[in-house]
Design a protein around this ligand. Structure first.
Ligand code: COA
Ligand code: ZN
Length: 306
């Protein structure tokens, strides 16, 4: 069933191997490689593979170099890495990544908990970071987390979020993503922030990263689609959370997004059955039931024999 006025296709970025696994009990390197390689064969075109953060902060990503070295990249997929600072960017470039995401929280308290420095200090780093990435021919995305609220500070004013983005634009970042770190967004808040951002930076490519902490994840995607947003993060099985955000649960599940969009006539390029199999693999690898409901129920086209 096709709906008018929605994008005809969207670009999904799979973040399970990074955002997902960083919040699970550590699993062996070989298991991370298995998950990454399985995702590479589902039709997904963008995968955030690892992050280059301090191993004390996130022990789950301590083997990022090894994971990437042992993976079998699909030439049709763009792989990216998340970094928290200049040192992380140097490590990511040395490992062979060219597409990098740098994360900065809109709320100061969360930035301090996550990155051990103020938002202002992180922003001061951005020009050098962008120069470094661009000198290597790469691209840098600014991910602004806590964009719809902070677990420590509560609501974050839209003006503050936009002012953080402005610093990124001045530094020369190539694109922007908003992170709803602890699932505080609702459709009206999505509409408001996307609108304010588009007014201020009409040319800046924008992606959205929702967590389903409070059950509004897919509704937020739908609200954004109606505004023409065509770039979303999601994690297979709904893996994920944020180790520095109490109560955060996983990202929206990639197979739930694919299932909904494809039925609305919005193409994702992803093979849903293959992706559901990878979600089942992810469950086995982390050893717990994941929140994805499409994984439990199967796609709506799956009928029960009478
Ligand atoms: N990777 C590995 N080591 C790093 C690093 C990185 N990205 N950044 C800094 N370091 C090292 C420094 O080289 C230094 O090492 P030394 O003691 O041997 O000289 C040491 O860490 C301290 O450096 P400093 O800049 O003071 O870092 P910090 O201790 O203040 O930690 C971060 C800051 C950003 C590195 C750390 O808080 C972090 O990795 N946070 C990421 C959290 C995260 O991933 N959250 C989820 C994703 S949103
Ligand atoms: Zn996240």
């Amino acid at each position: 069933m096709t709906m008018t006025d929605l994008p005809q296709q969207v670009s999904l970025r799979e973040v399970g191997p990074r955002d997902g696994l960083q919040s699970e009990d550590p699993i062996p390197t070989a298991s991370k490689v298995d998950l990454l390689d399985a995702l590479s064969r589902t039709g997904l075109r963008r995968i955030e593979a690892v992050s280059f953060v301090h191993p004390r902060a996130i022990p789950q990503m301590a083997d990022a170099d090894d994971v990437w070295r042992q993976a079998t990249p699909n030439p049709d997929v763009r792989y990216s890495a998340l970094v928290p600072n200049l040192k992380g960017a140097e490590r990511a470039l040395a490992a062979g990544f060219t597409d990098l995401e740098v994360v900065v929280s809109a709320s100061d308290t969360h930035n301090r908990a996550n990155l051990n420095r103020s938002t202002e200090q992180s922003l001061d780093d951005l020009p050098a970071l962008a120069d470094l990435v661009h000198a290597g021919g790469g691209t840098l995305q600014l991910i602004v987390s806590t964009a719809w609220g902070c677990p420590y500070e509560g609501d974050v004013p839209v003006e503050r979020v936009v002012s953080v983005v402005r610093r990124g634009v001045e530094a020369g970042v190539d694109s922007l993503a908003y992170g709803d770190t602890t699932g505080m967004a609702t459709p009206s808040r999505v509409t408001h922030l996307v609108g304010a951002t588009r007014s201020a930076f009409p040319q800046l490519p924008l992606g959205l990263h929702f967590h389903n902490t409070r059950g509004t994840g897919l509704a937020n995607v739908y609200a954004a689609l109606q505004l023409g947003v065509d770039d979303f993060d999601a994690s297979v099985g709904g893996l994920g959370g944020c180790p520095y955000a109490p109560g955060a649960s996983g990202n929206i599940a990639t197979e739930e997004v694919v299932h909904m969009l494809e039925d609305m006539g919005v193409r994702t390029g992803v093979d849903l059955d293959a992706l559901i199999e990878v979600a089942a693999l992810a469950e086995r690898l982390v050893g717990r039931q994941l929140p994805s409901q499409v994984l439990r129920a199967g796609p709506r086209t799956r009928t029960t024999p009478v």
